[in-house]
Design a protein around this ligand. Sequence first.
Ligand code: GLU
Length: 452
Amino acid sequence: MSEYINGILEDLKRLNPGQEVFIQAATEVLYNLDPLISREDKYKKHAILERITVPERTVVFRVTYVDDKGKPQVHNGYRVQFNSAIGPYKGGLRLHPSVNLGVLKFLGFEQIFKNSLTGVNIGGAKGGSNFDPKGKSDNEIMRFCHAFMEEFYRHIGNTTDVPAGDIGVGGREIGYLFGKYKKITGRFDGILTGKGLNWGGSLARTEATGYGLVYFTDNMLKKAGLSLEGKKCSISGSGNVAIYTIEKLYQFGALPITASDSNGYIYDSEGIDVALLKELKEVRRERLSEYTKFRPHAKYISVNEYAPGRNGVWDVPCDGAFPCATQNEVHLADIKVLYANGCKFLAEGANMPSTLDAVNFMLAQKDFYFAPAKAANAGGVGTSGLEMMQNAGMTSWSFEEVDKRLRGIMNHIFEISYATSEEFGDAGNLVLGSNIAGFRKVADAMIDQGYV
Ligand code: GLU
């Protein structure tokens, strides 16, 4: 690694103590940019790396709501507006007890390059709170979302910053957030994506991340002369990304056999019953352990049974793995087990689900295909971009139209990432290709716009 890149990373570590996941994300991007930075000196000359690693603006605020017992509850609210060189800030809101500034900086940083890859002109951001929606009543969720928006409304706008969902934020939460925004401002603006279908939402937005992930994987496997047909696939997670990955995998003739939540995982050798999964998670909001009550042949393995330091879901032998839960859920030990069991590809639905050493292991295997998150899961935010276009034109497109455009976006991301990996002499290394391709568009826009 060049001294210049190492120096930038050392400064980042010094200035961002305790933000390990942000440093992890930055390390991957900066290492992959090394061949570009050493080939073209304009990026160094214009201090692009020094600037792109610092958020343009970070907002931290207090959110207080009253729980069902009448007790005030206090949380931190955040928005990291990382980069607006190519468009308004765009990225989800995450509600999870693990949320802190470091987590949101890693997510916001990744979002810059992911959004750039989509070909839609949107900048990178992320936000959320350490509020834990698990076990909360519908009224508590509403009161929290309203309290969050009471401060947050002043930082967003349809041409400035357009948030959306992420872990813990789906259609219900977007509805409550939107209602409060409208109440305070009196404006019916497209300030959030993932909206309800009868008030400005886009068809296929709910399905988009999972569908897009499978479209991307299909491209990657085809390039290698392989296909999804007949492949046994292990999926982690049971939220929106996992559910629609499973649904789309069936349409490509694959057999999805696992799903998980933070308590354990399901192994269904006949294939995950996607209608049941939707009913349990989207309608009843139940834990995954309920699944075996309806499918008694399926196995439920609780986290207590996992080997220490391992994610049990990856013990199930499969042809392909789709981590769709959260960051750092695939460790080196996990990927070694997957590979030893015959797994031939891994496509990331979650953001940064694989640790750096797991990624390096995958890249080192000549017979293994790896689809990195910022390319493979960009279909969600890409379709958010399509929702913004529909809102701006006061129109709505059919499901088929949005799905066709989503497929176009995923094909484009695969092609540009593959072509860039070839250009830099490591054909098929989509980590290298996606990082350089995503970066180039943003960096060149920053150069055009001067030192702001
Ligand atoms: N949270 C999603 C992501 O990680 C979607 C963001 C959006 O639609 O703005 O890309």
